[in-house]
Design a protein around this ligand. Sequence first.
Ligand SMILES: [Fe+2]
Length: 304
Amino acid sequence: MRNLDDVENMVYDAASVTAMVIAAMSRTQNVRLKEIVDALVEHGHAFLKQVKLTDEEFEKGLDFLRAVGLACNDKHNEVVLLADVLGLSTLVTVLNNSDASGRTPGALLGPFYRGDSPQYAHGECIACEYSPGSPLFVSGRVLDTKGEPIPNAKVDVWQASPVGLYENQDASQPDKNLRGHFYTDGEGRFSFKSVRPAGYPVPTDGPVGALLEKQNRHPYRPAHLHFVVIAEGYATLVSQVFADDSEHLNSDVVFGVNRRLVGTFERHEPETGPKSAVDEPYYTLEYDFVLAKGTPTYPTPPIK
Ligand SMILES: [Fe+2]
């Protein structure tokens, strides 16, 4: 039999496994990739030791991840959903979008962002004429951290309907309904009309929904509008504005609510207030976005 004294890479115990894997990855040329995967292996191995994962549990976990992948298609991304309900997406957002500059906090992009939304002029409606619901008039400014307006900023908005469905989940809505983008004017202003969104449950028909049920968690998000704000010379803002009177503001299933992102949805009686021509109860929302200097980035839509 071969003398094995000179063979170093052999399994002796749990610690030797981690050391072997780290050594095997030691020639990774990309320094950042090495840092990330080394830490992933070290923390992953520590996790297995902490919970003393059994063979059966390991198989179940692998089956779960396989099911998450298989549940993805062009219109639904179960991987994003899993990251969201475990707080991973929000943690990454907070780590990368919080500082003392005074900029608006980021919030997660979510699984419903689509690229190339229709462009609208100031004040136009992003809801098609067959979209029933309480009218909502949104206005605001895009400012820098000194309070100066940022003209020509792209304000991209998307939202769920008054029954809590995005258009790609709802055959009754036309393509790209409740989605649109605007460019701010010389004073950094934008405005549009819409219908008031409802809170909604995240999709629960896949493996992530089964996990939520086992965890005895509700699947709801409070009502919100999504925004991506992009301007030359500034870091892109991906965020959400939440309705202050919404249910589940205290228990968002994806942990997105930041105090500074709660907007005042002011209710007005018919023929009163700033839009007195409206003959039914309506809402107004005024919200300013503050961008920090930086390089614009363009988020990748998780669905087509
Ligand atoms: Fe959403």
